[in-house]
Design a protein. Structure first.
Length: 302
């Protein structure tokens, strides 16, 4: 390929040749007429030929400039059309959103119709995984991270979303039948557990809740003396509690709709602090504007 002059000089020449005015070309490109004249001068030096007749006025193209103008104008139009096509194709691609399985299922997915109504031209590709995907490597466009390390993410542009609180919850039948009035009654029920990684700091587990309850109430049963049912997946644990198989301790973000609908109820007025949710994206992402819109929608509570 032949060596090309800088694009800025070609753009200055095309605009000046089209308008036959350095002043109008400068206004179009947002620079000064002096800058346009300088850029044209550099291109003339590169070509070794004068491209404009500056005297007598008005400005006109030389034979060399007249031969060069249609080629440069056509080339720039081809560039612009190709870039617009690539950009449109990119904008039509789904925005890849990665988050935990539980958050995707119980918070994000139920709200997707609202997003589609507000942004019908921006489809989402929701990647539910409890692994932390590498946004820098292109594994996703935006992540909703759950900071169980109690440290704010540092691997990109971070918007704070919200924090959660963990409550003991159960099927309302357990309360209506009077089988669960006091913490001591937990001895007659199954404690439902979901998995926490050893790397999670101060996880809101039943052991932690019972320790806090023993500081507040008398006759709180010992963890070792109780019945237990454990699930690797938090979603399965929630479903077991909804089905009345026991009492669980869950994020109020994940079970908010169940509490509002009465499918689940808080068993006791004692909670544990949870963690924070954050929206993360890589710097200089080509779809930064769309990501900002998505983050603002999440922060609005959808």
């Amino acid at each position: 390929m032949h060596k090309l002059p800088p694009l800025i000089e070609l753009r200055a020449f095309e605009a000046a040749a089209r308008h036959l005015s350095f002043k109008k070309a400068a206004a179009e490109l947002g620079v000064t007429p002096t800058a346009i004249s300088h850029q044209i001068g550099l291109l003339e030096q590169y070509c070794g030929r004068a491209l404009f007749r500056r005297r007598p006025r008005p400005l006109s193209l030389t034979d060399a400039g007249a031969r060069l103008f249609p080629a440069i104008r056509g080339g720039l139009e081809v560039f612009a059309a190709a870039i617009a096509a690539v950009k449109q194709e990119s904008d039509q691609q789904p925005l890849r959103v990665t988050t935990t399985n539980a958050f995707a299922s119980r918070w994000l997915v139920p709200r997707l119709p609202v997003w589609r109504k507000l942004h019908p031209d921006v489809p989402l590709d929701v990647i539910g995984t409890d692994s932390v995907l590498d946004l820098q490597a292109g594994d996703g466009d935006v992540a909703i991270r759950y900071a169980t390390s109690r440290v704010r993410p540092t691997d990109g542009i971070v918007d704070d979303l919200f924090s959660d609180t963990f409550w003991p919850v159960c099927n309302p039948r357990l309360l209506s039948t009077g089988r669960l009035k006091r913490p001591a009654d937990l001895a007659n029920h199954v404690l439902i557990h979901s998995y926490w990684s050893p790397a999670d700091r101060e996880p809101p587990t039943w052991q932690s809740w019972l320790a806090a309850a023993q500081r507040r109430w008398r006759e709180v049963p010992q963890f070792k003396d109780m019945q237990h049912l454990s699930f690797r997946e938090e979603l399965h644990a929630i479903e077991a509690v909804i089905a009345g198989q026991g009492v669980g301790i869950f994020s109020d973000v994940l079970v908010a709709r169940d509490l509002a609908a009465g499918t689940l109820v808080k068993a006791f007025k004692l909670s544990l602090p949870g963690y924070s949710f954050h929206v993360v994206s890589r710097p200089s992402h080509p779809r930064a504007r769309t990501i900002r819109a998505f983050s603002a929608w999440l922060q609005s509570g959808a």
